[in-house]
Design a protein around this ligand. Structure first.
Ligand code: GAR
Length: 218
């Protein structure tokens, strides 16, 4: 997976935890359903299980703990410096639990994707599943969007929804949402790698047309 293929776009994947979304990219690349090179997996957490997934797939890994930096800006500057040698075309945030500053966003503007486990614009931020259950919502889901300086608010690309069952715990709902994430995130990456999906002037375009609403995955 580390072989350099000049015709393929290169993506750096940033993770903090178990990396099941990362695994979904690895699996789709291995079956030939996603034409993308994962050039590096970076984590702020040396204990992230996703790092083993990267190692198993022979993807280079980098670990930079935010605890070693006095503020978000210096941490972000270190991230930029660490990613530089891998020449990523895209930055894929896949469960990366750090808020990025304009230092990072500006460097990769329009080339950063994030996945957020809610039907944005509802429930940005943390504890989305419990908040949706507490509010009596019937539906939950996940949204892939371009990351901008505003948290969980960049142009939306694709959304997948799942029902909330009456007896759901946040953990049960999270597991159901993850399953749909493993479908929608590789789909968004595929559109990006084929250059069908683009970011321009603060908006998302699919096949040259402004995406007014996220693609609904079902
Ligand atoms: C995913 O559900 C993702 O949407 C969420 O973290 C999980 C990571 O799972 N991201 C956020 O909450 C970002 N604010 P994974 O490590 O198994 O891919």
């Amino acid at each position: 997976m580390t072989n350099f293929r000049p015709n393929r776009r290169r993506a750096a994947v940033l993770i903090s935890g178990s990396g099941t979304n990362l695994q979904s990219f690895i699996d789709k690349i291995q079956t030939g359903d996603l034409a993308l090179d994962l050039c590096v997996v970076l984590s702020n957490n040396s204990g992230a299980a996703g790092l083993s997934r990267a190692n198993n797939a022979q993807i280079p890994t980098v670990c930079i703990s935010h605890n070693n930096y006095p503020d978000r800006q210096s941490f972000d500057a270190a991230l930029v410096e660490a990613l530089d040698p891998y020449l990523p075309d895209f930055i894929i945030l896949a469960g990366f639990m750090r808020v990025l500053t304009p230092i990072f966003i500006a460097k990769f503007e329009g080339r950063i994707l994030n996945i957020h486990p809610s039907l944005l614009p509802d429930y940005p931020g943390l504890n989305t599943h419990q908040r949706a259950i507490d509010a009596g919502e019937k539906w939950a889901g996940s949204t892939v969007h371009f990351a901008t300086e505003e948290l969980d608010a960049g142009p939306m690309i694709i959304q997948g929804r799942v029902p909330i069952k009456r007896e759901d715990t946040a953990e049960q709902l999270a597991a159901r949402v993850l399953k749909i994430e493993h479908q929608i995130y590789p789909e968004a990456l595929s559109l990006l790698s084929m250059e069908r999906l683009k970011y321009e002037g603060g908006a998302a375009y699919l096949d040259g047309k402004l995406l007014l609403k996220p693609i609904q995955y079902s």
